[in-house]
Design a protein around this ligand. Structure first.
Ligand code: ADE
Length: 403
């Protein structure tokens, strides 16, 4: 079965997670716990699921996006008895029904990506105790910090996204490679020589800009934050307003985490055959609703490519404005998700062992766990690094130095 083969391939290249899995098999840190998950159901995610099961947990999982599941992987999980409700191409209603099924299992610990499941556990399913949750992505962490600020969070959350071994690699190199890959798979067009406009210079935007440049594109960055804009300038990119970039861009990629980044005023300025893609978690960055309204025709011209005609010009929207890397591709590269999902597995174990000490707040993954994952990763790559000598340690701690 294809799904199982995909899982085996991912497993082979997730060396750190495999080590953690062996530990989980021996130590059973999750014995008797129910874990509710809302993640993109694809092969790497399945390896995380298997790790948690080997740790003793019962897992209930659905997708965190109606379009990102891979049905063969979901089927493979179901075939080995996992409670998996994910299906590619769910309607919004079906998507929330599937999340509700996970919530109805009354999970002890939650692993979320985007915080839709955690949101349901604060609105519709509030009559049972959740020990804690871990959150995968920037958008989810922003949402959860707003819940913390408003004093409504009812259990502790580990912001896995904010771990060094997550955002520095997954958001940057993961999104960088997979967003470009999704666009290339969807279009089969050349990036070299094209004007690629990257909206947002956070960790994801940086990765996309860096990789687009590597493919020979002329990269333009748009930003609202003056510090990030400066960084982009000094990293060698052109920075301008979206309304100026709109006139010259060939390919537009949004990665801001905000809504209406590309809207009617921009679309009307675009060149014939401009390509629009989104790499942010939710499908709100490109105003697709307005694009539908102002277009005079719409048709699918390739899988994951929809052509709209606006003012007589063709505008190509990829993956319906949803995460292009997961809808038109397989998501982030395996070795990158190895770290992100090792962080997730360790966060779940940490919650299971420490929930009594935690308050209803958003926490970083403890630094010793973050560093352990980095250490295991570097070991798995066969790389050795230097250690500080006693003398060097003393030097670093001596504030009287030079007197
Ligand atoms: N695969 C599984 N989860 C993913 C994520 N959040 N981003 C990219 N690829 C993934």
């Amino acid at each position: 079965m294809d799904g199982m083969k995909k899982i085996e391939w991912a497993e082979k290249h997730m060396k750190v997670l495999s080590r953690i899995r062996e530990e989980f098999k021996r130590e059973k840190p999750l014995e008797g716990l129910k874990i509710g998950m809302a993640l993109h159901v694809e092969a790497k995610t399945a390896v995380l699921v298997l790790t948690l099961i080997d740790g003793g947990a019962e897992v209930f999982i659905t997708s965190c996006n109606p379009m990102s599941s891979q049905d063969d992987v979901a089927e493979a999980l179901r075939s080995i008895g996992v409670n998996c409700y994910a299906k590619r191409g769910m309607s919004e209603k079906e998507y929330y029904e599937a999340l509700r099924k996970v919530a109805m299992a009354k999970p002890d610990i939650v692993v979320d990506d985007g915080a839709d499941l955690i949101y349901l556990l604060h609105t519709e399913f509030t009559d049972f105790k959740v020990l804690g949750a871990s959150e995968e992505t920037t958008t989810g962490v922003i949402r959860l910090k707003a819940m913390e600020r408003d004093g409504v969070l009812r259990f502790p959350v580990i912001a896995v996204n904010d771990a060094y071994t997550k955002y520095l690699f997954d958001n940057r190199y993961g999104t960088g490679q997979s967003a470009i890959e999704g666009i290339m798979r969807a279009t089969n067009l050349l990036l070299a020589g094209k004007n690629v406009v990257v909206a947002g210079y956070g960790w994801c935007g940086r990765g996309i800009a860096m990789r687009a440049r590597g493919m020979g594109a002329n990269v333009i960055v748009t930003e609202v934050d003056e510090i990030r804009a400066l960084e982009a300038v000094m990293d060698g990119f052109r920075v301008m307003k979206m309304k100026d970039a709109a006139k010259i861009g060939d390919v537009f990629i949004t990665a801001t985490g905000n809504r209406d980044v590309i809207r009617e005023e921009h679309i009307r300025l675009m060149k014939d055959c401009a390509i629009l893609a989104n790499a942010g978690h939710f499908n709100v960055e490109i105003d697709v609703k307005r694009l539908e309204e102002i277009s005079t025709s719409k048709r699918e011209v390739r899988k994951n490519v929809t052509e709209y005609v606006v003012d007589g010009k063709r505008i190509y929207l990829l993956a319906e404005g949803r995460l292009v890397n997961l809808v038109a591709g397989d998501g982030h590269p395996v070795e990158v998700m190895d770290m992100s999902f090792s962080d997730q597995a360790m966060a779940v174990k940490y919650i299971a062992e420490n929930y009594e000490k935690l308050e209803n707040r958003v926490y970083r993954l403890p630094e010793e766990i973050d560093r352990r994952v980095a250490k295991m990763k570097i070991e798995s790559m066969g790389i050795e690094i230097d250690e500080l000598s006693e003398e060097q340690l003393r030097y670093l701690n001596d504030w009287k130095i030079g007197t």
